[in-house]
Ligand binder design. Structure first.
Ligand SMILES: Cc1cc2nc3c(=O)[nH]c(=O)nc-3n(C[C@H](O)[C@H](O)[C@H](O)COP(=O)(O)OP(=O)(O)OC[C@H]3O[C@@H](n4cnc5c(N)ncnc54)[C@H](O)[C@@H]3O)c2cc1C
Ligand code: FES
Length: 306
């Protein structure tokens, strides 16, 4: 991703756009956002509570923000793992995979972020479905928490299945458990809970004839694809939260194009949640790899400059 391209798109957004219910103004861009609390959830996952009252006031489960950590940095999308209108804060959790998420990984309480834009995206559709089975893997667990909390607050029975490669990489376990009617843990190596994949538990519930009114999945693309393939023959409505590469996050650049039921949609304004049975997951996987060489160069340069 080219930072200059991102910057130009950001300026366009500031000048022109009242989009996704968010007024992006020059004044908002000039604000600095203080980190109130910083925690490492695992060696590679940072959780930051950030002062952003105007975003916290409007935030809803399933929405995301665009974050630019430093003045010369790149803007990236991150889902809100929590928000408190009372405290005026939002919480993000980022897996440190490249330059920008590693910059976030170094942030401490008192540090300031250059820019935040949001809340963006269509919130999770909340409805009294009945029994909702929610499934999360890896960093998807942070994103899953506010959604399952909202499902429960909306009167649904919540069956939550969480997974990670091993016990040490399980995040948001207590939080998700606290809003679960039924709770399952899976690890690839068997260090905690069921040894195997989250999809094993889902298959088991279906095989037992459990009534499932909605499946919600968030995590690695391959995990969401597998879940959608399991539920399709049973006609169980399945919502997935997609993570296409975003630049402006407000519907102008087209970077986040995803194919849904054969039609082009924009992940940032039409999503990020879509019907899992309609998503072209292979196209999404290929598109998310398209800047790999540039991402590796950006990370190497940043590491050399430190
Ligand atoms: C709606 C949405 C919500 C997300 N929420 C979270 C979250 O809560 N926590 C989290 O850790 N990650 C989240 N992601 C993914 C996160 O945006 C990327 O990991 C991040 O942009 C990587 O940036 P980088 O510079 O650290 O790594 P890079 O080295 O630049 O990229 C590493 C990989 O991240 C992906 N990526 C890179 N740039 C972007 C971009 N601008 N937009 C989206 N993906 C990108 C690509 O697949 C890439 O191969 C979300 C993505 C989307 C679209
Ligand atoms: S990120 Fe630019 S249109 Fe969605």
């Amino acid at each position: 991703m080219n930072v200059e391209m991102q910057r130009q798109l950001g300026v366009m957004a500031s000048a022109q756009s009242r989009w996704a219910g968010v007024l992006v103004t020059g004044r908002m861009r000039a604000r600095m956002y203080e980190v109130v609390k910083s925690d490492k959830l695992t060696p590679d996952v940072i959780k930051l509570e950030i002062s952003a009252p105007h975003i916290a006031k409007k935030a809803k489960a399933g929405q995301f923000i665009m974050v630019t950590p430093t003045e010369h940095g790149e803007r990236i999308p991150l889902t809100m793992a929590d928000f408190s209108p009372e405290k005026g804060t939002i919480t993000i959790a980022a897996l440190e995979v490249g330059k920008t998420t590693r910059e976030l990984g170094k942030m401490k309480a008192g540090d300031k972020l250059f820019s935040l834009v949001g809340p963006l995206g269509i919130p999770t559709h909340l409805h009294q479905y009945g029994t909702v089975v929610s499934i999360g893997g890896g960093i998807g667990l942070a994103l899953m928490y506010p959604v399952v909390r909202a499902f429960r607050q909306g009167g649904n029975k919540t069956v939550n299945i969480i997974g990670a490669r091993n016990e040490k990489l399980l995040i948001y376990e207590d939080e998700i458990k606290s809003v679960s009617d039924e709770f399952y843990v899976c690890t690839d190596d068997g260090s905690k809970g069921h040894k195997g994949f989250v999809s094993d538990i889902l298959k088991d519930l279906i095989a037992k004839g459990r009534k499932i009114d909605l499946v919600y999945a968030v995590g690695p693309i391959i995990m969401m694809k597998v879940i959608a393939n399991i539920t399709r023959p049973h006609n169980i409505k399945t919502i997935v939260s997609l993570n296409p590469i975003m630049v402006d996050g407000t519907g102008m650049c087209g970077s986040c194009r995803v194919i849904i039921n054969g039609k082009t949609k924009f992940g940032c304004v039409d999503g990020p949640e879509f019907d899992g049975h309609e998503v072209d997951f292979d196209n999404l996987t290929a598109r998310n790899r398209r800047y790999l060489p540039e991402e590796q160069v950006a990370l190497r340069r940043w590491q050399e400059a430190k």
